[in-house]
Design a protein around this ligand. Sequence first.
Ligand SMILES: *Cc1c(COP(=O)(O)O)cnc(C)c1O
Length: 421
Amino acid sequence: MPLPAHLTHRHGELHFEDVSLERLAREHGTPLFVYSRAAMLQSLAAYQRGLAGRSHLICYAMKANSSLAILQTLVNAGCGLDIVSGGELERALAAGCAPERIVFSGVGKTRAEMRRALDAGIGCFNVESRGELDVLDEVARSMGRRARVSIRVNPDVDAKTHPYISTGLKDNKFGIAHGEVLLTYRHAAACAGLEVVGIDCHIGSQITEAAPYLDAMDRVLDLVAAIEVDGLRLHHLDFGGGLGIDYNGDTPPAADTLWPRLLAKLDARGYGDRTVMIEPGRSIVGNAGVCLTEVLYTKPGEHKNFLIVDAAMNDLPRPAMYEAYHRIEPVRARENERPAVWDVVGPVCESGDWLGRERTLAVHPGDLLAVLSAGAYCMSMASNYNTRGRAAEVLVDGARATSIRRRESPADQMRLEMPLA
Ligand SMILES: *Cc1c(COP(=O)(O)O)cnc(C)c1O
C-alpha cells in the first residue's frame, strides 16, 4: 500500500520529507511525534483549490492538533480557526490568528468563555441550543455588545461513520433539531444581544463518501430558504468538517473534487453568492504526522505474541477509544528476516492499551516503529495517565527539522500540585 504523502523509504529507511526518522528518534528520543509541513499545506491546498474564486473561510478545527507551531503554520497559510473551548481561544490568539477569523463551536460554552471570546472579538459563535442562545444574549447585552451567531443545525443525515464520531443524527447531543430550527432563528433574530450571521452544520468525522455532504447541504439549504422567508439574510453558510483520510485503504473524496460538486449544488439552488465556511480538522493534519516508538520487549505467547513499545494509549488514544486502525511500519525494514504476527501494545496498566492488533512485522527490541496517520486526534488527546509525560514533537520542512514541543518531565506534571506540608 502506498505511504502517505511525503513519507518515503530511502535506502531502506523511512524519511519524512528529507529527514531521516531514525535520526530524529535518536536526537529527540521516543515516543516522538513528527509532522510534515509540506503534507499539511498540501492537504490545505486541496481545500483552497476547491473553494478558489469564492468568498470563503477555512477554519481549521484545532482540536485535531492544537500545538502552537501547527496552528502558526496553518494560520500563516491563510486559515482561520474553529475552537471549542476557552483554552483553545487562548492558543488561537497566541498563534497569531486574527480574532475575526475564529469561530467558536461546542455544546457547553460557559459564561466566562463567552465573555472572553466577545472581548477578543471573535468572528462567530456557533450556537448549539436554545439555552446557550439565551445565555449568550444575556452575556453580550451585559457587556454592551452584540454577539455574531450562527446556529448549528442537526440535518439528521447518516454520515456512515463510527457512532462515536457521527454527529449529524437526531439522537446525538449536537446541534438544534431540524424541526426546531425555524423557531430558534426567529427567537435569535429578536434578541438584542445577538446578530444572526449564518447557519452551520457538522455531520461527523472520518466521512469517506460524498453523499452525506451532498445530502446535508440540501437539508441545510432547505432550512436557509425557510429561514429567509422571515426577512432574515444569512451572510455565511458553514458546512463543518469531517472529511476522512486514508488510514488503511480508505478512499475519501479529495477536497478539490468534493468542493466543486458541492459548490455546483450551491449555485444550482441560488446560494452561490454566500460566503462558504468550512471547519476541517483531521483531513488537514491526520496524514501529516507520525508517532515514532521504540520496541522495548518482544513477548511471544501461546495464543498471541505481544510487541511492547514505549508509546501507549496516553500518547495515541484512538485505538483504545474507537478501536481505530493506524498503520504501523518499521522505520528500518529487516529485509531478510521472517516476520511474525504481533499485537503492538504500550506499557500502560490497561488491557485497552494497544496500538495495533495482529500486525505482521519482523522486529527486535531496540527497533523503531512509525505509527502512521498520527497527526490528528493523537497529541491533542494525550494524557498523563500512569504519570507518563506527554511526547515531544518535531516539525519537518524539507531537510530541516524543528523541535516544537519538548518532552514533558515529571516535574512539569507535578508543577500544579500542592503536596501536604
Ligand atoms: C471536530 C469538529 C470539526 C472537525 O472535524 P474533523 O473530522 O476533524 O474534520 C469541525 N467542526 C466541529 C463543530 C467539530 O466539532
